[in-house]
Design a protein around this ligand. Structure first.
Ligand code: GLY
Length: 318
């Protein structure tokens, strides 16, 4: 298959006489640089991934992992990695997954005391015969592979937890208010697609609760022939509709990324009580087109490509 960059070089060399063919492939020609798209305002992460892909075009997973790591170690982010809000016992637990263009996948859930959950997920993918490890087993695996134990409860998260403890009401609507996830998808200059997802999950959840983020087909799905999708929002809604698998399958049937996300959001809305709850989906197809859709207003996502880096607001159902 001809790469986008190679196509640009060839079409430039052949000049205007091939104008019609150029038009037919115009999306590919325009997008000869990498494309990175992530949930929420994650400009820094997108920039890290984009720069890494410019510097080393073939290192797609390295670019994605280092971008997601930057969010996992940012203690100001209250819903991912170190500094994430804890469960109702005051302990932080993480969920993450990663999937590459060869349909390999790795995942960890209910992981405690380790900052870079997505890196452990990558190790599961690359150095174990499994796809998903949970709880103590995931932590033991991480320690065996050189990760270090860290107290994951930041000062800010502890303060918030102690405040919540005075009136420990739990509802997915209230506790979901500050709840999000980094889901990041990237396409390299050879048009290969991969993605990752990482979260500390729903704040003040029941210990042991796992959301959509580490579940392949719910929080993240990649089909390198078609496209990729990732999710954010209330995992309980997303998991029951296998939403990212659905988005990619709908793109396979010809829907644009936004329409595929919309289809999957409508399935959530048709099947479940969604009032007051949020779910947002982003997707990229093999042609480098990007789209998103959410249940409610307010879902933003970040795109980095040759045109720069920008934060966009998705369309929504309500
Ligand atoms: N979407 C992340 C979660 O529900 O845990």
């Amino acid at each position: 298959m001809i790469s986008r960059r190679r196509f640009s070089q060839i079409s430039a060399a052949m000049g205007l006489s091939l104008m019609n063919s150029v038009n037919a492939l115009s999306i590919k020609t325009q997008n000869s640089s990498p494309i990175v798209v992530s949930t929420w305002n994650n400009k820094k992460a997108n920039q890290i991934a984009y720069d890494a892909l410019i510097e080393e075009p073939g290192a797609l997973l390295d670019a994605i992992e280092s971008a997601v790591n930057s969010v996992e170690e940012n203690e100001k982010d209250l819903s991912v990695g170190y500094g994430g809000l804890p469960d109702n016992s005051g302990k932080v637990s993480l969920d993450a997954c990663i999937m590459d263009h060869k349909h390999n996948a790795g995942s960890v859930c209910f992981l405690r005391d380790i900052v870079h959950a997505v890196s452990v997920a990558r190790k599961v993918m690359e150095e174990s015969p499994h796809v998903m490890l949970a709880g103590q087993g995931a932590q033991d695996f991480a320690l065996e592979h050189g990760f270090e134990k860290t107290n994951m409860l930041s000062e800010q998260a502890e303060k918030a937890y102690l405040k919540w403890k005075k009136n420990p009401v739990f509802s997915p609507e209230i506790n979901g208010e500050r709840h999000d996830t980094i889901g990041l998808l990237a396409m390299d200059s050879a048009s290969d697609l991969s993605g990752a997802c990482s979260t500390s999950g729903l704040s003040y959840k029941t210990p042991g609760r796992v959301g959509d983020s580490p579940i392949i087909g719910s929080g993240l799905y990649v089909d390198n022939k078609v496209g990729a999708a990732t999710a954010t929002g209330l995992g309980e809604l997303i998991m029951k509709c296998c939403s990212t698998f659905l988005v990619v399958e709908k793109m396979k049937q010809g829907l644009s990324p936004e329409n595929a996300c919309r289809y999957a959001i409508e399935m959530i809305v048709e099947t479940q009580d969604y009032s007051g709850k949020q779910a947002g989906l982003i997707a990229i197809n093999k042609q480098g087109e990007v789209g998103a859709y959410a249940i409610q207003k307010g879902f933003i996502y970040t795109v980095a490509d040759a045109d720069g880096i920008r934060v966009l607001e998705s369309n929504y159902y309500l």
